[in-house]
Design a protein around this ligand. Structure first.
Ligand code: NAD
Ligand code: MG
Length: 398
């Protein structure tokens, strides 16, 4: 039977890779809903190819534009807009599977809606879990949703664990998340202030959206992934370790209680974790290249340098603080990365904005229990971070 898939963030890097994998399996998947916030023309193109029941865009004006484009082709796709429409298509009774591939906290409400509706929820949108944490996991449990990690590291851990989740705690001593180290792993840290957005988004191993590419360069991506792992696998901060592995061949590892280590390997291509999520526990063709062991010169490992990558520690501190701490950290980082990409602040200022926002807000971050509380805390952190961006950017232009 055809599985009906809703792709939140269909025009993005993960969204388009998901459609690429689905295209290899005609008769197995149908695109039921496709959403995008920007690049409506690209969404129109995807609608022509996939003929979804629903398409969702950000604004009413975009919706009007998309309707005109689709009407010209005689397509019956219904066009909706806004955050409520995202949640509605994600929780639609006819949807089997949701790919959460929106970037940032903006994806949280639709993730919660899909979780409460008991969907098979393929989670790429790590920020949603960093912001939502406990509330997100409660929604998964209450809705009876199946949460399938898509982030390559978390997919690796997931693949190394037994299918019966009740056995996870008994198996794991700790996990090791691998990190490529990004484009500046060997650059002189004293020159990092001069990094341009173009340099920061040029990742050596992966082609990804701009925000996650900058996060990889600062290693805030790994910081967010540590927090993501805390919730996905129910682990304490001491049980989540990070090691640099510049080749990005081992995607992460589980160290069992007996010190046996299980690792998942593959070429660095998101189509593998996406295919795992789409078919689990079956395996389907992903379209990714197979690993050629004879071409692998070496697999090497290094510690993550705290001077070069100060952001990583913020994740551990946030996990040891009140639960809203990770919400604050994520919001600050979203604001800081956007300001860096907009050339308002320097690369090294991203960490300053994050650390200062966390220091200013975390004492009051404890009382965020509902989705509305979390979103209010997220907003408060954004305005605090924005004020810090302002002062740093004024200092730059002075
Ligand atoms: P991207 O920027 O390429 O795409 C983001 C998508 O989300 C686009 O379709 C965009 O229109 C939509 N979007 C952006 N802002 C939105 C908003 N406010 N409301 C609704 N929709 C919005 O991003 P990406 O690289 O595909 O990453 C998506 C998510 O997956 C991120 O959370 C990222 O951390 C995670 N992830 C990505 C990769 C990767 O290889 N790209 C790997 C692991 C995890
Ligand atoms: Mg990752």
């Amino acid at each position: 039977m055809l599985e009906r898939v809703c792709i939140l963030g269909a025009t993005g890097s993960v969204g388009t890779s998901t459609l690429d994998v689905m295209a290899l399996h005609p008769g197995r998947y149908e695109a039921f809903a496709l959403t995008a916030q920007h690049r409506v023309d690209e969404l129109a193109q995807l609608c022509r190819r996939w003929k979804p029941r629903f398409a969702v865009v950000g604004t009413a004006a975009q919706a009007t534009h998309l309707r005109q484009l689709l009407a010209a082709d005689g397509l019956a796709t219904e066009v909706l807009h806004g955050p409520q429409a995202l949640a509605d298509v994600a929780a639609h009774p006819e949807v089997d599977r949701v790919m959460a591939a929106i970037v940032g906290a903006a994806g949280l409400p639709a993730c919660i809606a899909a979780a409460r509706a008991g969907k098979k929820l393929m989670l790429a949108n790590k920020e949603a879990l960093v912001v939502g944490g406990r509330l997100f996991m409660q929604a998964v449990a209450e809705g009876g949703a199946e949460l399938l990690p898509i982030d390559s590291e978390h997919s690796a851990i997931f693949q190394c664990l037994p299918e019966d989740r009740r056995q996870w705690a008994q198996r794991i001593d700790h996990i090791v998340l691998t990190a490529s180290g990004g484009p500046f792993r060997t650059r002189d840290p004293a020159t990092l202030h001069a990094v341009t957005p173009e340099q920061a988004v040029a990742h050596p191993n992966w082609v990804m959206g701009r925000k996650i590419s900058v996060d990889s360069a600062t290693m805030m991506n790994k910081a967010l992934e540590v927090i993501e792992a805390r919730w996905l696998f129910d682990l304490g901060p001491d049980d989540i370790r990070v090691v640099l592995h510049p080749q990005s061949i081992i995607h992460s590892m589980v160290v069992c209680r007996d010190n046996s280590v299980l690792a998942q390997l593959g070429t660095p291509d998101m189509k593998v974790p996406i295919a795992v999520g789409l078919a689990w526990p079956e395996r389907i063709v992903s379209g990714a290249d197979a690993l050629d062991f004879l071409k692998l010169a070496a697999l090497s490992f290094e510690p993550a340098d705290a001077v070069r990558f100060p952001g990583l520690q913020l994740a551990y501190d946030a996990l040891r603080g009140p639960e809203g701490s990770t919400t604050v950290l994520n919001a600050a980082n979203e604001v800081a990365v956007a300001a860096f990409l907009d050339r308002q602040i320097r690369f090294t200022d991203i960490h300053r904005v994050n650390a200062d926002t966390v220091a200013a807000l975390i004492p009051g971050a404890a009382d965020a229990a509902s989705l509305d509380d979390l979103l209010a805390l997220d907003l408060r952190a954004r305005s605090q971070a924005q004020a810090r961006v302002q002062s740093l950017s004024e200092a730059l232009t002075r």
